[in-house]
Design a protein around this ligand. Structure first.
Ligand code: URA
Length: 261
């Protein structure tokens, strides 16, 4: 693929020219979050393409082009995005997502910064054996921490269980069958005992594949539910997370750009 850098990428429908030299990508899961994230970086941010789960905008943040592009849900879509964007010159990926907490001290609306992920995905095994760690970029994670501190937000830094499935992989029984296979029963309690903070669905793939390809990636998620207390995602939690994401993304990128030029 690296020999075809001027060509149109099959899934994201992007070319190198369209990215205007961007090295950074902000990657929410939801295509519906792309426009607001891009416009928080740059009021003049413009749409580039929309195909399947990949909606993209280009922003200019203090003279540097930044791509904002959604990943969709789960690992396989993340690998496609990383492959195509790295081919076009992106080197640093910041995931902004949502999550369910599994430790009692974490509140809905808090932020969880993933320093490493438990690889409960399948896609990352196509890039590195299971012994290989899913670990975040140290410098990008430092920039996220610096940004949440500057905003005086409540945050937790630690290990995330990153699962291919929302229901059985996160030990949810409120599913169609209500059945969770033997291997996954009591898994939530096990992760809790092992000091895992939360569940989400993309970081294992993102962090493993980025490291394996020599790219940088980091992940910060807003908490929509605390599974210790209940299974219902709180109604206002998403709006609460959204209100924090925009400035958090801007400050994180600015800090990282300043520290790494
Ligand atoms: N996303 C997840 O993957 N799990 C949750 O519980 C909430 C958001």
């Amino acid at each position: 693929m690296s020999n075809h850098t001027d060509s149109l990428m099959y899934h994201t429908r992007l070319t190198r020219d369209m990215l205007n030299g961007a090295k950074y990508a902000v990657i929410p899961g939801d295509p519906g979050r792309v426009e607001s994230l891009a416009k928080a970086l740059d009021k003049e941010a413009a749409p580039l393409s929309a195909n399947r789960e990949y909606t993209s905008y280009l922003a200019n943040l203090e003279g540097q082009a930044v791509l904002v592009c959604s990943t969709g849900i789960g690992g396989p879509g993340v690998t496609i995005l990383l492959e195509e964007l790295a081919t076009l010159g992106i080197r640093c990926f910041l995931r902004i997502g949502t999550s369910g907490a599994i430790q009692s001290n974490i509140k809905v609306g808090d932020l969880i910064i993933t320093k490493a992920a438990v690889r409960l995905d399948g896609a990352s095994l196509h890039y590195a054996p299971v012994q290989y760690p899913a670990v975040a970029s140290f410098s990008l994670t430092q920039s996220i921490v610096q940004a949440v501190k500057a905003m005086k937000l409540s945050y937790h830094l630690g290990i995330t269980a990153s699962s291919d499935t929302f229901y059985p992989g996160q030990e949810r029984y409120d599913s169609y069958s209500g059945y969770v296979i033997k291997n996954l029963r009591n898994s939530m309690e096990e992760w809790r005992q092992l000091n895992v903070l939360n569940y989400e669905m993309e970081s294992a793939t993102l962090l493993t594949v980025a490291s394996a390809l020599g790219l940088q990636a980091g992940c910060v998620c807003g908490v929509l539910v605390n599974r210790v207390d209940n299974e219902e995602i709180e109604k206002n939690a998403l709006a609460d997370c959204r209100s924090k994401w925009l400035e958090l993304t801007r400050l994180t990128l600015l800090h990282h750009m300043n520290e790494n030029t």
